[in-house]
Write a protein that binds this ligand. Sequence first.
Ligand SMILES: [Zn+2]
Length: 161
Amino acid sequence: MEKHLLDIVYYSTLVSQLDQDIVRLMQAAEKQLDMSYSPYSQFQVGAAILMENDEIFAGCNQENASYPLCLCAERVALYNAGSKYPNMPIQAMFLTVRNKKKKLVKPASPCGACRQVISEFADKSGKAFKIYINTFDSDQVIMFPNADSLLPFSFNKEFLS
Ligand SMILES: [Zn+2]
């Protein structure tokens, strides 16, 4: 058996080092924390997407008493954007989290399902985009340069045609 190694590239920085357009995107994601419907977990997630035309789409997590029906903020925001601009490239995505039960100092990364959807959005527009993650309680920011950094070996349309 042949061994293969895969390098995953990501960057860490501070909020104070971010470009102004990304700070604006972060603020849009933070605004979503207050709109999060998360009465069961108290875990609030805000997502914001900067489109190629500089428009921002945002979303927050939506919980439900029937737990499997919950939807993550990432997918709420992406489907919101996709319903207006089905194929427009995305410049960047910013995700932030806040846990009302405890202070979070480490950014939370997207779940596997959202990674798959992020990957599809990059594929369908043919353009990679950066994904930033942080937490409301910390200035630390992690940036993934593209969806492949978050989800190597993603399932995609190549397998279906
Ligand atoms: Zn998710």
